[in-house]
Design a protein around this ligand. Structure first.
Ligand SMILES: *Cc1c(COP(=O)(O)O)cnc(C)c1O
Length: 513
C-alpha cells in the first residue's frame, strides 16, 4: 500500500481534526479555570510533543524489553520522592518509598485502594467482611469509583459545612479493624482544604491502619509552594502512600500521574501477576496491559528540563496569581471564598451575611463570566451524612499562565458579579415543576423509576431539559438551571441522566435508510 491507495489524504484528515479542535474550550491562555494546566511556556509543550514522538512506538508494558521506560520511570519516581520528602538511605525495606507511574490521578487512587485492600486481606486470612475506606466527604470521586470497583465500603465523614475543613477526631471516631485505608487530601478538590494529615496519621499509625494522601491536584504545587505549610507528605510518619498528578502541576499532557508507597513489601501488593495462562507471564503494576510511554516521556523530560528550581519558579507565578484573585473575590460584595484554601485553587460561595439583594449566587456568577469567555467550574451543593449541607459553589483552578491575565480576569469576575447581584439562586423545585408541564406523563413516573430509567426515556427527559437533541449539541449557555436540577433531583436519577448524556454524546449517528 502506498499513500495513493489511502482512502483520504492525511493532510485533509488533519485539517478536519484541526477544525474540530476549534470547537473545544481553549486549552491555553488561562481562560478555562479547571481541567487544563498551562505553564505558559510553549517550549514545554514542544518538549512534551518531541519526547512523546520519540517513544511513540514503544510499549510501556515491558520495561525489560523497552529499557527506556524503566529509566524514565525511575527518573520520575525519584523526582517525586525528593519533592515529597520520601528519600531514605535505602537500608530499611519497610521505610523505602517506591513508586509507579500511572495513567492519571484516578488510576493512582484506584491502585492505592487495591493495594491497601490486599494488604488488609493478607493479614486476615478468612475474614469475610467487606473492608472500609474512611475519608472526608471532600475526598475525590476516584475513591467512590475505587470502592465500587474493588468491593469496599466508602465511609464518608462530614466536614465543617461552612469551611469544608476536616477534624481529625471525626476520622478517629470511625476507625476499626475493618478499615483497610484512610484517605485525606492535600488539598481537596472541591474547597482546597488541606486535611490535618499529621493528626490523622498519628491515629492511623497507632492502630496500624494505612493512610493515603491524595495530592493528585496539589502535590506538585504544594511541594513548591512559597509559604510554609504544615507537613503533609512523607515527612509525616504513618503516611503509607501518596498520589500526585504530573498532568496537573507537572504540566505534562494528559495520561501521567505517580503513586508512591512506603515499604517495598506493601507496594508489591499493587502488582497483578499470573503465569496461569499459555502466553507470556503477565506482571503489571498498573491496571492496563499494553500502554503508551508518551505521557511518561513528556513528564520525565519536563522534570529534567525544569528541575526543582524551574517548578518553584512556575509555582511562584501561580501563587501570586492565586493570591491576587482571592483578594479580588474576597473584595466582591455578596461572594465569599470558602474556608482556608491551600494551594492554587479555591471555591466561591454566596456571602449570606449580606442582605439578599446584595448577594451573588456563584452559579449565576459563573454563567455571567462564561458569557465573557471565562470558564469557571460549577459545583453542586450537597447534603452530608449528618444532615448539614455543603454550599453550592464555583471552583477556580489557577495555573502559571493565569498571572498573564490576572487583570483581565479580575475585571471580568467583578463585572460578572455586578451583572447578577441580587438574582436569587435558581430554585430546583421550580425547574422541576416546569419540566413536569413539558413532559406528557408529568415528572412523577420519572422520579419513581429513578436510576432504573430506560435509555429512551432518559434521553427524552434530557431533550426536555434542553441538554440533548438541540441545535449543534454542546452545553447550554446557562449552567445554573442544570446544576439546580442536579441538586433537586434524587442522585440516582441525576446519575442515570448524566450517564445517558455522556453515552449519547459519543454515539455514532445511525445510517438513514
Ligand atoms: C484530579 C484529581 C484526581 C483524579 O485525577 P484524574 O487525573 O482526573 O484521574 C484525584 N484526586 C484529586 C484531589 C484530584 O484533583
Amino acid at each position: 500500500m502506498t499513500m495513493n491507495d489511502f482512502r483520504r489524504d492525511p493532510a485533509e484528515v488533519l485539517a478536519e481534526l484541526a477544525a474540530l479542535r476549534e470547537g473545544d474550550a481553549p486549552t491555553h491562555g488561562g481562560r478555562v479555570l479547571s481541567y487544563v494546566y498551562d505553564s505558559g511556556l510553549a517550549e514545554l509543550d514542544e518538549l512534551s510533543a518531541a519526547a512523546a514522538r520519540l517513544v511513540q512506538p514503544v510499549n510501556g508494558l515491558d520495561p525489560t524489553t523497552f529499557t527506556s521506560v524503566a529509566a524514565m520511570e525511575a527518573g520520575v519516581v525519584g523526582f517525586a520522592r525528593r519533592v515529597f520528602h520520601g528519600e531514605t538511605d535505602g537500608s530499611d525495606s519497610a521505610e523505602v518509598v517506591v513508586g509507579t507511574v500511572t495513567s492519571g490521578g484516578t488510576e493512582s487512587c484506584l491502585l492505592a485502594v487495591k493495594t491497601a485492600r490486599d494488604v488488609w486481606r493478607a493479614a486476615r486470612v478468612g475474614t469475610p467482611r467487606m473492608p472500609r475506606i474512611v475519608a472526608p466527604i471532600t475526598v475525590h470521586a476516584a475513591f467512590h469509583k475505587a470502592a465500587e470497583y474493588f468491593g469496599l465500603v466508602l465511609d464518608l465523614v462530614p466536614v465543617d459545612p461552612a469551611t469544608g475543613t476536616l477534624a481529625a477526631s471525626a476520622i478517629e471516631d470511625r476507625l476499626g479493624d475493618d478499615v483497610a485505608l484512610v484517605v485525606v487530601s492535600a488539598p481537596s478538590y472541591p474547597f482546597a482544604s488541606l486535611d490535618p494529615v499529621a493528626d490523622v496519621a498519628a491515629v492511623c499509625r497507632a492502630r496500624g491502619i494505612a493512610l493515603h494522601v491524595d495530592a493528585c491536584i496539589g502535590g506538585f504545587a504544594l511541594g513548591f509552594w512559597p509559604d510554609e505549610l504544615p507537613a503533609w507528605d512523607f515527612r509525616v510518619p504513618g503516611v503509607t502512600s501518596l498520589s500526585a498528578d504530573l498532568h496537573k502541576y507537572g504540566y505534562a499532557p494528559k495520561g501521567v500521574s505517580v503513586l508512591l508507597t512506603r515499604g517495598r513489601d506493601r507496594q508489591r501488593h499493587q502488582y497483578f501477576r499470573t503465569t496461569g495462562w499459555p502466553g507470556y507471564p503477565v506482571v503489571n503494576p498498573t491496571m492496563t496491559g499494553s500502554k503508551p510511554a508518551g505521557p511518561l516521556a513528556a513528564a520525565w523530560s519536563i522534570t529534567e528540563v525544569l528541575g526543582e528550581d524551574g517548578f518553584a519558579e512556575l509555582l511562584a507565578k501561580t501563587a501570586r496569581a492565586t493570591t491576587a484573585l482571592r483578594e479580588v473575590v474576597e473584595g466582591i460584595e455578596g461572594l465569599r471564598v470558602v474556608g482556608v484554601p491551600t494551594g492554587p485553587l479555591f471555591a466561591v460561595a454566596t456571602d449570606a451575611s449580606v442582605e439578599p439583594e446584595r448577594r451573588v449566587d456563584p452559579h449565576h456568577w459563573a454563567d455571567a463570566a462564561r458569557g465573557s469567555g471565562w470558564f469557571l467550574q460549577l459545583q453542586p451543593g450537597l447534603a452530608q451524612p449528618d444532615g448539614t449541607r455543603l454550599p453550592h459553589t464555583t471552583h477556580l483552578t489557577i495555573t502559571p499562565v493565569t498571572e498573564q491575565v490576572v487583570d483581565e480576569l479580575s475585571t471580568a469576575l467583578v463585572a460578572a458579579a455586578d451583572a447578577v447581584r441580587g438574582v436569587p439562586q435558581v430554585d430546583g423545585q421550580l425547574v422541576l415543576a416546569g419540566l413536569a408541564d413539558a413532559l406528557p406523563g408529568g415528572v412523577e413516573p420519572l422520579l419513581a423509576a429513578s436510576g432504573g430509567l430506560d435509555s429512551d426515556t432518559a434521553a427524552g427527559l434530557l431533550g426536555a431539559i434542553g441538554l440533548l437533541g438541540g441545535e449543534g449539541g454542546g452545553l447550554p449557555s446557562q449552567l445554573a438551571p442544570v446544576l439546580a436540577l442536579v441538586e433537586a433531583l434524587p442522585s440516582e436519577l441525576t446519575g442515570r441522566l448524566l450517564v445517558e448524556l455522556l453515552a449519547r454524546v459519543v454515539e455514532p449517528v445511525s445510517p438513514v435508510e
